[in-house]
Ligand binder design. Structure first.
Ligand SMILES: Nc1ncnc2c1ncn2[C@@H]1O[C@H](COP(=O)(O)OP(=O)(O)OP(=O)(O)O)[C@@H](O)[C@H]1O
Length: 243
């Protein structure tokens, strides 16, 4: 469903992604880990063309998204993205934040969009806040709403870019719990960039370890955590675990 073939990415003269080859199948939960600056976010952002690739090929459901002729809006409808910062609309209620895109983009009528939004808000434990405004809510609550907002577009794939790293520690768990249930109950294809190793170990089917713009490991999660092969992956894990 997502396929990188020999993808290279430069920012000016800086080589951010080096020969990335990666295939992600429908329903897989893939977690990308690695040191800061290793290219994880860049890789994720290339998938919905928030970043352009320099060379190589990147297919999403068979569509070459970096082909100038591709209608990116169509492709992006199927790719939900949750960022570190939640970017909710501050002047809209929680419910309006979740219904706006389905009404405007998917042309759903208000009643259908509202029913769907309420179900999703219930799923992320935020239905009781539907008439409040984002600024009245905690970071963890806002991030759960951001997840509901993405899901309202009924994407095939959810991309998460360090969704818990801007949160106070006591709020991380509630967001990870929502993501866990999404991974386990919905069969959603998910690609998650995170520093949360417990989450990766528990939820990921596969782990990708990146360093210096390269994928150094791409393996089933359990085997990766039990026996990392790459020296840098070993060091990375031992540093994180000893912290
Ligand atoms: N717009 C940009 N212009 C120039 N360099 C960039 C840009 N975005 C990212 N980079 C550089 O590319 C490298 C990879 O960045 P990226 O954000 O993908 O790393 P990351 O692994 O996600 O790191 P972190 O865990 O800190 O978010 C970094 O060295 C970063 O400074």
């Amino acid at each position: 469903m997502i396929s990188f073939k020999h993808v290279e990415k430069y920012y000016g003269s800086f080589h951010a992604l080096k020969d990335i080859n990666l295939t992600i199948e429908r329903g897989e939960v893939v977690v990308a880990i690695g040191p800061s600056g290793s290219g994880k976010s860049t890789m994720l952002r290339c998938i919905n063309a928030l970043e352009e690739i320099t060379t190589g090929e990147l297919l999403v459901d068979g569509v070459d998204i970096h082909d100038k002729k591709t209608n990116l809006n169509e492709v992006r409808k199927n790719l939900g993205m949750v960022f570190q910062h939640f970017n909710l609309y501050p002047n809209m209620t929680v419910l309006e934040n979740v219904t706006i895109a389905p009404i405007k983009v998917l042309k759903e009528d208000k009643e259908t969009a509202t029913k769907k939004a309420e179900k999703l808000l219930e799923k992320v434990g935020m239905l009781h806040k539907k008439d409040e405004y984002p600024t009245q809510l905690s970071g963890g609550q806002q991030q759960r709403i951001a997840i509901a907002r993405s899901l309202a577009m009924e994407p095939d794939v959810m991309l998460f870019d360090e969704p818990t790293s801007a949160l106070d520690p006591e709020m991380v768990g509630e967001v990870l719990d929502v993501m866990k249930s999404l991974a386990k109950d919905s069969g959603m294809t998910m690609i998650v960039v995170t520093h949360e190793m417990g989450f990766a170990r528990e939820v990921a089917d596969r782990v990708i370890f990146m360093a210096d713009g390269q994928i150094l490991e791409d393996r089933e999660s359990e085997s990766f955590f039990d026996h990392p092969k790459d020296e840098r992956a070993k060091q990375f894990l031992s540093k994180i675990i000893n912290h």
